[in-house]
Ligand binder design. Sequence first.
Ligand code: C2E
Ligand code: MG
Ligand code: MG
Ligand code: MG
Length: 280
Amino acid sequence: RSKDAGGGEYCEYEPTLHASAEERRKLELSLRNALVNNEFLLHYQPVVDAVTEEVVSFEALARWHSADHGFVSPGKFIPLAEETRLIVPIGQWVLREACEEAARWPGHVKVNINVSPEQLIEPDFAASVVRALAQTGLAPERVEIEVTESVFLRDAGIARRALEQVMALGCQVALDDFGTGYSSLGYLRKLQFSTIKVDRSFVQGASQQSAESLAIIRAVVAMADSLKMTTTAEGVETIEEAEMIRSMGCTKIQGYYFGRPMTAEEARNLIRREDLRKSA
Ligand code: C2E
Ligand code: MG
Ligand code: MG
Ligand code: MG
């Protein structure tokens, strides 16, 4: 199929296929220029201590406002960026931007940064973390890198060594969306993750009285405890879910109930309000 094959002849045969391939091509073109066009920004979602409900961290979440396509959700552009390897430069920007913002927060507030497998297996990944920390003055202890189980699917050895390098710097590493992908129980033995993030689907299941979801959350919490790891429950949307999660002994909670992803300015205001309340 030549690029400049014009007209509707393909549309007649496979309209949806043609439209989506064409849409994807356009999206990819725009994504290629999104960094230089300054179209990305980060939102920050609070992670709170399950017991005290104090904000202990914010997760940095990429947002793309495309001049051509409007707001494009991360669920759409992150996979495209991964397929095209554009996630490597985009991820570098995220790392640098998130560290710069976190350096403005009080020392007790950490930042969580998502890293894709394609970024992790770049030979200079650890060096790019060192650079981001040096340029922003952020202490490594305040950074928690989030990876999903999928990093151990391919190039497991490379991914593991990169994570060990990052841990040697003093950063922490969390296992994101736990329970949804390839089982990485073997990696729990080999790598000292700081946190296991229990996927939202289990929280949802548990709040719908699913005995299986409840059992899985309890088992993950027990396993994390004995491995000296903490747990974060993702996607907590209601007070009932927050109470249920707390009663099961999760360490931290993240979700719309405690705060949606917000702008950097809103995150700063949230920290300020909380510090005022604490000193009052
Ligand atoms: P994630 O790392 O698991 O991030 C949590 C996602 O759950 C976020 O979606 C967040 O907005 C959403 N969420 C949080 N609390 C709730 C809740 O109570 N209810 C519901 N329904 N959703 C909740 P978001 O921002 O759309 O990001 C989706 C995914 O895109 C992320 O999942 C992450 O895998 C990826 N992503 C986002 N930013 C980056 C980035 O900078 N780099 C990389 N590599 N991936 C990113
Ligand atoms: Mg995450
Ligand atoms: Mg997650
Ligand atoms: Mg996810």
